[in-house]
Design a protein around this ligand. Sequence first.
Ligand SMILES: CC(C)(COP(=O)(O)OP(=O)(O)OC[C@H]1O[C@@H](n2cnc3c(N)ncnc32)[C@H](O)[C@@H]1OP(=O)(O)O)[C@@H](O)C(=O)NCCC(=O)NCCS
Length: 330
Amino acid sequence: MHKIHAAITAVHGYVPDYVLTNHELESLVDTNDEWITSRTGIKERRILKGEGLATSDLAVPAVNTLLQKRGIGAEEIDLIIFCTTTPDMPFPATANILADKIGAKNAWGYDLQAACSGFVFGLATGASFIESGRYKKVLVVGGDKMSSIIDYHDRATCIIFGDGCGAALLEPTAEEGYGIIDSVLKSDGSGREFLHMKAGGSLRPATHESVSAREHFAYQEGKTVFKFAVTNMADVAAEIMERNSLVADDIAWLVPHQANKRIIDATASRMGISDDKVVINIERYGNTTNGTIPLCLWEWESKFKKGDNIVLAAFGGGFTWGSMYIKWAY
Ligand SMILES: CC(C)(COP(=O)(O)OP(=O)(O)OC[C@H]1O[C@@H](n2cnc3c(N)ncnc32)[C@H](O)[C@@H]1OP(=O)(O)O)[C@@H](O)C(=O)NCCC(=O)NCCS
C-alpha cells in the first residue's frame, strides 16, 4: 500500500513588540550585558505586556497569517496540537482556546507539555496523525509566555527566557522522500528537579506560603541543565544523522532549540556543521521554550529550498530531548 508522508506546508511566527534588553535587566538584578552575552549569546528578548493577554494571544496572529499564506480557512484544520509550558490556564487546553479565537470550528485539539522539546514532540505526533491517513491538516503550535512564570528577581533565569510563538501546518504529501522523514525522541524524568516549577500542580497546589516562597516561577540549576543539554542535544543530533546515513555535507540547515549559544555551538560542532548552516536568533529572542524552533523556521523560511535536508534538535526540562530529520517540501 502507498505510504502517506507528512510535510510542513506553511510556517509563521509572532513575537510581541516589547523588547527587554540586557541593559534593562541590569536595573532589575545584579547582572551585566557582558556576562549575559558571553554566557548565553542573548542580547534581548520580547515580552508580552498588557492585561488579559496570554499564550494563545501570541498564537492567534502567527496562525492567522499562516492560514492566509497557505490560502486556507481555519475551519479546514482537523487537529491543533498546542505545545506549551505556559498554557493560558491549567484547563481547558490552550488548543481549545486557540481554536475558538481563530474560528477552527471543525478541529479538535490538545496541549502537549514537553518543555523546550515540545515543538519537536508535537511535530512528530502530528506527523503520525497524517501518516495514519486519519487527518489532512494538522496545526502544530509552539509558544510560551515565559514572562508569566519568570521571577525578575532571579538572575539565574530572568536573563534567559522570553515570549514568542510559531506554528507549522502539516499536510500529506504525494512526493516520496519529502517532509518529516525521521525523529528520535527521548525523556528522563529523573532530571525533573533541575528545571521545573515547584508549586501550582497537584503535588503542591497554590497556597499563601507557596506564593510567598516564590515557588510559582521557573526554577533552574543552570550548571546541571547545561551539562545535560550540551551532551544530549549533540548526541541525539548525531544519532539522527547516523540512522539516516547523513554526513555534514548532506545537511543544509541545523535548526536547534535556542537555549544557549554555547549549547548550539557544541551541537553543530559534534555534527561537523559549519556556522553558516546553523539557524540562530537567540540574540534577539532569548529562550522562548516551545517557541524557539518554529520562530527559527519562520525567520529562515525564505532561505529554505525544496529538497533541503534540515535537522531539528532540542533539549528541555523534564529532561526531554529529541531531533528530527526533515526534507523541506516547498
Ligand atoms: C544559566 C547559565 C547561563 C549560567 O552560566 P554558568 O557558567 O553555569 O554560571 P554559574 O551558574 O556557574 O555562575 C557563575 C558565576 O556567575 C554568577 N552569575 C550567575 N548568574 C549571573 C548573572 N545573571 N549575571 C552575573 N553573574 C551571574 C554566579 O553567581 C557565579 O558567581 P561565583 O563564581 O562568584 O559564584 C548556564 O548554566 C546555562 O546556560 N545553563 C543552561 C540553561 C538552559 O539552557 N536552560 C534551558 C534549557 S532548555
